[in-house]
Design a protein around this ligand. Structure first.
Ligand SMILES: [Zn+2]
Ligand SMILES: [Zn+2]
Length: 537
């Protein structure tokens, strides 16, 4: 999230959620702290969303209630597909009446106080992605959003290079650029490469084909449909977020289902295996997503076996390598053939610009200043080198930090202190619009105390070797030993219901958290932080 303040007007650019790292136990999602905006609520003019990915819209359901003011709807501007995803999210959180959703597209302009926002079409791994140019009295700031220059996108048009060039001709004060692929030389391959690969893999498949990808990756669903249509198969999607997103995409006309190609999973299951393509969630090995449950033989509706082909159309996000590799191993154990990026590079291409494309954007815009965003520190540092190579003076490249303020005036620019900021930790019990969601900060993290859940599993059979043991600290007086014992037993019963076979670490961790969290809540109406420690030996 970036906040842009000009005089008495503040707009927010994107409102993402971040998935926690392995070490951030007990937490489900991380969202930005918006104290800075709340302190200036009167000046807040709206939220500008660049595209529909979780790291750009995932924070909305938790941020909007904080921003809410009586009788005033919060304006959100976004491209059509993102609006569809946001609407679905907010309906689920019963917050859709708190916002005023405005659909915008490349070329549209929105006036928010002194700031005029202009949307510019870019290519990315989701259709309908945009960069935003903010025209202000001090100059124009361009935020690229996530982008690449894909000359042959499978959905939509190529990036609007002409508009960027024109902006450059008129003068750009600062470029805020995506940097995540700055380490990679050259340009990122086109989505057309994935279409070719998918076509070939589906053509040569004998049994069922499963394609795992991000739930928001509408263009991969579109590709699966193109190939399926060609080879006489039908397509179903599995995984709650995938079902919802594909429905949104179909309603908005991004997926063409006039011939009834897209069917329900039940309907697809009544067809012969060689007629099936199933697009599933879980390409990151997420514990509760369809793919890992299929891999563990635990999915209620999807079974795989010898002769089936699984295409993992994604690469693991750093930190997820182990869980992804575990899932792929389990799929091979089921006798299936798994095609993943380590075997066939064409199953996935990134949605982000490589080094040449980042440089091309700088050359089109010729900004006075650049600010690398959307990357790790090393990405931002490497982007600075790239800028210097592209004739931007080193001192005109500003490496931002979370909460850091960069001030642009008519005379220059500079870093100017920090504002309250940081991570807000979202702790949920289960997914489905659960009211037992708490927002935690470092300060109130353990207000209700915490409970460490320890258990040891046999790595090969998944059997419980020791535990579960619950140890609590700072708990409500309702949570006495008896209550902890009861939660312990409940968890033991839940674990004994697990099927034999290699346990899915993340799945067990999540189940342990939910089972214990619910049991303790029932007893005390409090939500201690649950820290599961699962060891596989
Ligand atoms: Zn994105
Ligand atoms: Zn992103």
């Amino acid at each position: 999230m970036t906040a842009v303040e000009c005089g008495n007007d503040i707009v927010l650019l994107d409102a993402g959620g971040k998935f926690p790292e392995e070490s951030q136990r007990g937490i489900d999602l991380i969202i930005p702290d918006i104290t800075f905006i709340l302190d200036r609520r009167r000046n807040f003019r709206g939220i500008l969303i660049t595209h529909g990915h979780e790291d750009h819209i995932g924070g909305l359901p938790y941020i909007l209630p904080q921003l809410e003011q009586k009788g005033e709807k919060i304006p959100i501007y976004a491209p059509a597909l993102a609006i569809g995803f946001i609407q679905r999210k907010l309906e689920e959180a019963r917050m859709d009446d708190k916002v005023e959703l405005h659909t915008v597209k490349g070329g549209d302009r929105v006036k928010l106080g002194q700031i005029e926002a202009e949307y510019i079409h870019v290519t990315h791994s989701i259709p309908d992605a945009c960069a935003v140019a903010l025209h202000t009295p001090v100059g124009t700031i361009v935020d690229t959003g996530d982008f690449k220059f894909d000359p042959t996108p499978v959905m939509g048009k190529p990036t609007d290079e002409r508009r960027f060039k024109r902006l450059g001709d008129d003068g750009v004060l600062a470029l805020f650029s995506d940097t995540v692929r700055v380490e990679v030389d050259g340009s990122t391959p086109s989505e057309a490469v994935v279409l070719e690969t998918m076509d070939e893999e589906i053509r040569t498949a004998k049994g069922q084909v499963l394609i795992a990808t991000f739930a928001s990756n509408v263009s991969r669903i579109h590709m699966a449909m193109l190939a399926a249509r060609k080879y006489g198969r039908k397509v179903a999607v599995a995984g709650r977020s995938m079902e919802q997103n594909s429905r949104v995409a179909e309603e908005l006309g991004y997926l063409d289902n006039e011939d009834g190609l897209l069917v329900s999973l039940e309907e697809l299951n009544r067809m012969p295996k060689e007629k099936r393509v199933i697009v599933v969630t879980g390409s990151q090995g997420e514990a509760s997503a369809a793919l890992s449950r299929i891999a563990a033989g635990e999915h209620p509706k999807i079974r795989v076996s010898r002769g089936d082909k699984i295409i993992v159309s994604a690469t693991p996000i750093p930190g997820n390598e182990d869980t992804v590799s575990h899932t792929i191993n389990n799929l091979f154990k089921q006798g299936t053939d798994v095609v993943y990026s380590g075997r066939n590079r064409g199953v996935h291409v990134s949605g982000h610009a490589g080094r040449d494309e980042l440089q091309k954007m700088i050359r089109l815009l010729r900004p006075k200043y650049t600010v690398p965003i959307h990357g790790e520190f090393r990405h931002m540092a490497l982007y600075r080198d790239l800028c210097v190579e592209t004739n931007i003076p080193r001192e005109n490249v500003m490496l931002p930090e979370i909460g850091g303020v960069i001030e642009f005036t008519k005379d220059g620019a500079g870093q100017k202190g920090r504002v309250p900021s940081g991570n807000i930790l979202v702790d949920r019990l289960g997914d489905r619009g659960n009211p037992q969601t708490v927002l935690r900060t470092r300060e109130n993290l353990t207000d209700d105390g915490f409970v460490v859940v320890t258990l040891i599993l046999d790595r090969s059979t998944g059997e419980l070797v020791a535990g579960p043991y619950l140890v609590g600290k700072g708990l409500s007086k309702d949570l006495n030993n008896g209550a902890l014992k009861e939660a312990e037993n409940e968890l033991r019963r839940m674990l004994s219901r697990q099927k034999d076979g290699s346990p899915l670490y993340g799945f067990i961790v999540q189940r342990a958290k939910e089972t214990v969290g619910r049991a303790l809540y029932r007893h005390s109406r409090t939500r201690p932080l649950i820290l599961p420690i699962v060891t596989e030996l």
